[in-house]
Design a protein around this ligand. Sequence first.
Ligand code: G6P
Length: 614
Amino acid sequence: MCGIVGYIGNREAYPIIINGLKRLEYRGYDSAGFVLNYPENFELVKTKGKVSELEEKAKASKLTANVGMGHTRWATHGEPNDCNSHPHMSNNGELVLVHNGIIENYESIKIKLKELGFTFQSDTDTEVLVNLVQYFQDKENANLCDAVRYALNEVVGAFAIAVMNNRNTDEIVVARLGSPLAIGIGEDEYFIASDASPFVEFTKDAIYLEDGEMACIRRGEKIDVRTIISNETVAPSVQELQFDLEQIEKGGYDHFMLKEIYEQPKSIHDTMRGRLLTDEGIIRMAGIWDHQERFNSAKRIIIVACGTSWHAGLVGEYLIEELARIPVEVEYASEFRYRNPIIKKNDIVIAISQSGETADTLAALKLAKEQGAFIYGICNVVGSSIARITDAGSYTHAGPEIGVASTKAFTAQLTILSLIALKLGKHNGNLSKARYHELCLELENIPKLVEETLKTNDAVVEIAKKFKDAENFLYLGRGYNFPTALEGALKLKEISYIHAEGYPAAEMKHGPIALIDENMPVVVIATKKGHYDKVVSNIQEIKSRKGKIIAIVTRGDSQVRELADYCIEIPDTAEEFTPIVASIPLQLLSYHIAVMRGANVDQPRNLAKSVTVE
Ligand code: G6P
């Protein structure tokens, strides 16, 4: 949460910062600000609201410096207003700081600084930190690097920060603990950002700071990376970025979310490419292969995740238990980490995370690792924190996902989980050769089926028109498609702000049925192979209470068509893979309803894509 961007070099910094902030807006958009560093003075502009509002406000400024930094905020401490926006300046006006994260002990530091005569304008923890740096700079007569290091050794919490001093336009100091920070290395120039998207068109070389590291970035010099605790020099490892500008632009679509929905045939295919070798009867996944023994002897798999990734985990539970017969538990990472869970040495803990940065998921994994479990990551962002701390893992290869509501990352996660379940089931002998082969062929065909399913778009638009003003929605499914129902409901809530609940279809009679009347749209996933008759009975129950039924059915279905008010047909496939296909019309439904209601689809209120605070 919160995005940081910075530049030092020979170009004008402002366009790099403002465009970078636009790309990082998925991390939070409560307020935005930037500061440019001219000899002896800062130009600091900040405002409540989006980066476009900052751009408007900046028109009155000079904007010609070639060093500066910016911030887009997801508010934690202090409401979103101009004053709480970043950058924050120290009392003496010499230091500015941008921050992503939370300083947990800021109150006690603030009290001490106040006793020393410091004053504070904002409610933020960040303003406390910048003044703590000033305090050390004055007290120790320290240079910026040392003052930042002293200050960071006093704080408890999570941070990615960038700091500048107006006595020196040739230097930016950055540091990270728990929040990501990348440094792009160009020729005689450096870029700083929460992820590499703000600088991918300028350089493909990047350093990802590790937790507990800081870097002094000075014009014309090599980057100086050190540990925050002990000031030891670290040799940074330079990585080559694996994506380009085209992948992070809208490419003619109105919204990133729509682009990402339509990218799914490709992203699912990319996730399987080189792994699912049906002709050879092989699933090649180095992360599993290299640790086959651990997987074979695993007594239990625990999946930890948040949000949409948690829903993918639920499908993973059905897949792994059915195909590989290994017990699976799926846990909200935020609950798991604080409830003293029982973790044994032969447990495998799998974290699922698009961003690879979600604070709760990361903490849950660290806990499992400390207690001796083997930890495995399913992440989309290459080089992310979760990907780095796990013993092994599989990337989803969905490409950058910018829309805050996850779509293509979800179906890519389902694809990876399908591959893992098939591979484990084959190796531990729970899956017959014939069934394994049959399922591999079905899975290989999924990108084509998703392509066909995208053609339901026009029908979905018609349904969206009918129900765009509904106040509530119910989503029902059974078996593999119970998690699909949860995900459909979450998508609608997130972007259209309509209250929606997902439920196992049979559980409806234990509560939600009381809500059903002629105004209640009920989306039911009723695929042919998934407890079909039982779901048909549930549909009857809704119908007799006059609920409006929107059914997702297998192509050629006639029975549900008789009962439902609206039907969306999806192509037939193995029940195990129906969540991938059935999710497509649900994504489209939430997208179109949100657009019709005038909501900001890519940046829904109060949400952020990368949740780096707990
Ligand atoms: C946020 C996002 C969700 C996402 C969740 C988990 O809430 O808005 O779309 O599912 O975080 O994120 P992760 O990156 O760990 O998958």
